[in-house]
Design a protein around this ligand. Structure first.
Ligand code: PAF
Length: 282
């Protein structure tokens, strides 16, 4: 396993693998890897001959008042995890390598990015779509792996690959949780002891919503109100959104009459955490 910082070097390696008839999986990440990322690397290792893990905190997807500077980074630790899970290369470019002087091309998406995180984080998906397109062009993988925790991101990337005729299979992998239910996230490291306890309202609200759907509740506002009430009973929590959207369009729906995602974003102190469930998985 090696760490490559340079785009040309990754391209050279990928060409060599292709010449040998090998298949390639890509796991895009922003580093500070945890078991959620490990499950994506495992899936890629299982499905492909070679796995590239990108490790790049993408400045373009952070808003001006977001956590770009404080986002946790530890490439040494990441390299051990990637190696242990069968990754072959970590692609860890500097921002200047990804966005060379004079960079001025962007990939943007309408409709799917108008709701949920797209509303609260206006520049976010333009940054995600641009960097993921670049990574797809650099690595040209057969398959790319994304976590279902970022459900909107997964839908956006599926749509992007389809709209732009990218010959890449997009694979969504299940959310990995801590034993007490909190969805794994690099941002969980920001939480103080009290906040870590309070953060359980997210997975509890998800469990509550899931149980209501399982019992047959179809009225979205009834489900949303119950989940919000649960979250808002926690003094350290403040709701950014609790919404139910169509799986494909990411537009809000009022009745559960098609495959949908119930997605939540909650501030615990100043840390914004997300979680969700897919009604198809209930
Ligand atoms: O999910 C992430 O970590 C990032 O949004 C991604 C897909 C690696 C793009 O920077």
């Amino acid at each position: 396993m090696r760490i490559v910082k340079n785009i040309d070097e990754v391209r050279r390696q990928v060409k060599e693998w292709r010449a040998q008839g090998l298949t390639i999986g890509l796991v895009p990440t922003m580093g500070y890897l945890h078991e959620g990322h490990a499950s994506l690397i495992d899936a890629s290792h299982r499905d492909n001959d070679r796995t590239v893990v990108s490790d790049f905190v993408n400045p373009m997807q952070f808003g001006p008042s977001e956590d770009l500077e404080s986002y946790p980074r530890d490439i040494e630790r990441d390299s051990h995890l990637v190696e242990a899970h069968g990754g072959d290369i970590i692609f860890a470019p500097e921002p200047e390598e990804m966005y060379r002087k004079g960079f001025s091309s962007f990939v943007d998406m309408t409709v799917l990015t108008e709701e949920l995180c797209g509303l609260s984080r206006p520049v976010h998906f333009r940054g995600v779509c641009t960097v993921v397109s670049k990574l797809f062009n650099i690595v040209q993988p057969d398959c790319a792996y994304f976590g279902k925790k970022d459900a909107q991101q997964l839908a956006v990337i599926r749509h992007l690959a389809d709209d732009l005729n990218m010959d890449i299979k997009i694979i969504g992998c299940p959310i990995v949780r801590e034993v007490d239910g909190l969805a794994k996230s690099s941002r969980n490291t920001y939480l103080s002891g009290a906040e870590r306890k309070a953060s359980l309202v997210l997975s509890q609200a998800i469990a509550l919503g899931t149980a209501m759907v399982r019992k047959g509740e179809k009225n979205c506002s009834v489900i949303i109100s119950a989940m919000k009430k649960h979250i808002e009973a926690e003094p350290l929590a403040s709701t950014d959104y609790v919404k139910i959207v169509d799986c494909d369009t990411m537009q809000q729906i009022s009745t559960l009459d098609r495959p949908a995602i119930c997605a939540i974003a909650v501030y615990i102190g100043s840390t914004r955490l997300i979680d969700n469930f897919f009604t198809e998985d209930v």
